[in-house]
Write a protein that binds this ligand. Structure first.
Ligand SMILES: *Cc1c(COP(=O)(O)O)cnc(C)c1O
Length: 357
């Protein structure tokens, strides 16, 4: 009975994740999962960690994972925070760093969890419109006397557009906002962007968030992390230790460590996705789609004469699911995850049939 709900819960508008269908035969191109499995070494490590030690709590500080990430990223362990997927990391970031007197600034078209966290924590926000070509305009994020941000967050590459901002552009935003935290959500950076992590030593207001869900093909394991100045990390640890001492279980820690240690597998699967993406973009363009330049493992495309809802429904009838957002400016776009070559081939064939009538 909703009369038992707290006033906060009455006002929430929760995030709606992409469908996880029960049917197995579907070509699932709707939630940006990696079509290739995780590193076999990660799977072995998870199996090796599956035993009687599961009766014991995991390391609350995840020291092995932090040390492995710190070495890999060329930072210190006290610059690394880890969490149960980057969504949890982001939730702590919103509470610990972005809940300020001034509104949080983020693009009008971006990851739809940001407004949800604003609702959960009562954070005011300002939507900064992307340009007509869906790129982020750096000048729009530089403070003005009468319009100041309490914090800034955006994904790079952006979601669901796939558009990439250069490292130089990011540095201008970070350097131009020394009084507020700038969060760069790099969920897709391994598919074609430069990470801002090398900037964290110079900018104590920069926090970079990454995930194992996309490029490391471990969405089911739930591991994400943030890299930044130790003071920012300490704020996140304070919130985390006021919420859940053990957000990462033993299997997640073991699998994540082994994944980072298998660089060859990681590079190879990222390269396969990128190669397939380039083929897919060319084929979609030939079918009459406008495809935004993507640096991610998905593409964002609209057709010149067919409605997105019609296309999504017709694809679904052919057992292919893609993502469609009923939102201003992008209601005619489809977001399509880059699958295997075979899956993308099936998508192109299905679209050719649908468009050909
Ligand atoms: C997928 C995604 C995340 C969340 O990833 P998890 O680590 O699986 O929680 C965060 N930000 C963006 C932009 C994403 O697309």
């Amino acid at each position: 009975m909703s009369r038992y709900w707290s006033p906060l819960v009455h006002g929430l508008t929760p995030y709606v994740p992409g469908e996880q269908p029960k049917l197995e035969h579907l070509v699932k191109l709707n939630t940006n999962e990696n079509p290739y499995g995780p590193s076999p070494r990660a799977l072995e490590a998870i199996q090796a960690a599956t035993g009687s030690t599961l009766r014991l709590y995991p390391d609350p500080n995840c020291e092995a994972l932090k040390a492995t990430l710190a070495t890999y990223l060329n930072v210190r362990a006290d610059q690394v925070f880890v969490g149960n997927g980057s969504d949890e990391v982001l939730a702590h970031v919103f509470m610990a760093l972005l809940n300020q007197d001034q509104p949080l600034w983020f693009p009008d078209i971006t990851y739809s969890f940001y407004p949800v966290y604003c609702g959960l924590y009562g954070i005011q926000s300002k939507l900064v419109p992307l340009r007509v070509d869906f790129s982020i305009c750096v000048e729009d994020y530089l403070p003005r006397t009468h319009d100041r941000a309490g914090g800034i967050i955006f994904p790079n590459p952006n979601a669901p557009t796939g558009c990439l901002l250069s490292l130089a552009a990011i540095e201008r935003i970070v350097a131009g906002n020394p009084d507020v935290v700038v969060v760069v959500d790099e969920a897709y950076v391994d598919f074609g962007g430069d990470s801002a992590i090398p900037l964290v030593d110079r900018y104590p207001n920069l926090l970079v968030v990454q995930t194992f869900s996309k490029s490391r093909s471990l969405a089911g394991l739930r591991v994400g992390f943030a890299v930044g100045h130790p003071t920012l990390i300490e704020a996140l640890e304070r919130v985390k230790n006021s919420f859940n001492s053990y957000p990462l279980d033993r299997l997640a820690i073991a699998g994540a460590v082994a994944s980072v240690q298998d660089e060859a597998y990681f590079q190879e699967s990222c390269q396969k996705v990128v190669a397939t993406r380039e083929t897919l973009v060319a084929q979609m363009s030939r079918l009459g789609f406008d495809v935004l330049p993507s640096a991610a493992n998905f593409i964002f495309a609209r057709h010149s004469s067919f409605q997105a809802t019609i296309l999504a429904a017709a694809l679904r009838e052919q057992a292919i699911i893609v993502r469609h957002f009923r939102k201003p400016r992008i209601e005619q776009h489809l977001r399509i995850t880059v699958g295997t070559d075979a899956q993308c081939g099936m998508l192109i064939e299905a679209l050719a049939r649908i468009l050909g009538g």
